[in-house]
Write a protein that binds this ligand. Structure first.
Ligand SMILES: Cc1ncc(C[n+]2csc(CCOP(=O)(O)OP(=O)(O)O)c2C)c(N)n1
Length: 308
């Protein structure tokens, strides 16, 4: 959680535009910790943190953020398209709901190849209203696929509250319509998220099919950095409430202190992560941009007829 928070805070400091998940770290990390390295995930437009939760190195992620050739996608993807096959991150997508069918397809491949992997897709509350969500979860149910649909319900899709856009705002209940178990969890509690995801993963690995998890969470920053928000779609008091009482890093820090971890140990971890993030920024800054002549490289796995 520290890695994700500090990685994204450094983006704020350097003024890089992007969709930040500050406030949502427990949902991301709790889910990823329940997965093995070779399990698959797909992300969203708000997914700097998901590869980090899955164990990806920070240097190539920061370089990708800046469009550098040393980036995880050689500078071609940028903020919304981190993909790191070494840790099972298949793709992220600027298309809302775009990762849901891809994760379902990955689960179909697992089923056909009969490996013991699972596939987990992250998506927001807004994505549940995409047709792709209903189609994918229905197929996963009838084919009994090893997939976990993980909704980070941060209450808003850009400036639209979930109460204005969902006939059924309890997203977990939507699973019932497809015969898929739905579970709601406090998305600010990393241990609770880990627990429910581990159960869903074990169901999937044991051949019992998909689960829909709804983690209730909150986005502390604006929809994306640099965005002017013309409408007061949420109050200052609401944001302050979540920042003060529901910060997943503070809540987990308190629970670790109660378990006997010392303040000194926690400060050391924070300082180590800070050094890692500085190093990732320096690495990205000193890396070159891709050469113009390589513009069309990696577009097709079987390249034909590139324009001159
Ligand atoms: C198919 C599609 N429709 C609309 C958009 C514009 N758009 C980008 S992010 C976003 C809101 C998504 O909300 P949600 O799925 O709840 O994710 P969150 O931003 O809360 O993480 C919208 C409408 C888009 N990128 N793709």
């Amino acid at each position: 959680m520290q890695r994700i928070r500090q990685f994204e805070e450094s983006l704020i400091i350097r003024g890089t535009e992007g969709h930040l998940a500050i406030g949502q770290e427990a949902a991301i990390v709790g889910a990823c910790m329940a997965l093995n390295d070779n399990d698959y995930i797909t992300g969203t437009h708000r997914s700097h943190g998901h590869p980090i939760g899955k164990g990806a190195a920070l240097r190539p992620l920061m370089a990708e953020m800046l469009g550098k050739v040393t980036g995880i996608c050689k500078g071609r993807g940028g903020s919304m398209h981190f993909a790191d096959s070494t840790v099972g991150v298949i793709s992220e997508s600027a298309i809302v709901g775009g990762g849901i069918p891809l994760a379902t397809g990955a689960a179909l491949s697992i089923s056909v190849l009969a490996t013991d992997q699972v596939s987990l897709c992250f998506f927001g509350d807004g994505a549940c209203n995409e047709g792709a969500f209903s189609e994918a979860i229905n197929m996963a149910a009838i084919w009994n696929l090893p997939v976990i649909y993980f909704c980070e319900n941060n209450h808003y899709a850009m400036t639209t509250s979930i109460t204005q856009s969902h006939g059924q705002p309890d997203i977990a209940k939507r699973g019932e319509a497809f015969g898929v178990p739905g579970v709601t969890v406090d998305g600010q509690n990393v241990d609770a998220v880990y627990q429910v995801t581990a159960e869903a993963v074990s169901r999937a690995r044991d051949g019992h099919g998909p689960t829909l998890i709804e983690a209730k969470t909150y986005r502390f920053e604006e929809h994306n950095e640099g965005l002017e928000v013309p409408t007061p779609y949420r109050s200052e008091a609401e944001i302050n409430h979540y920042r003060t009482h529901c910060d997943p890093l503070v809540l987990y820090r308190d629970s670790l202190l109660k378990k006997g971890i010392s303040k000194r140990q926690l400060s050391t971890i924070k300082a180590e992560v800070a050094a890692e993030v500085v190093d990732a920024n320096q690495f990205a800054d000193s890396s070159p941009f891709p050469d113009e002549s390589s513009l069309y490289d990696y577009m097709y796995s079987n390249p034909i007829n590139y324009p001159n």
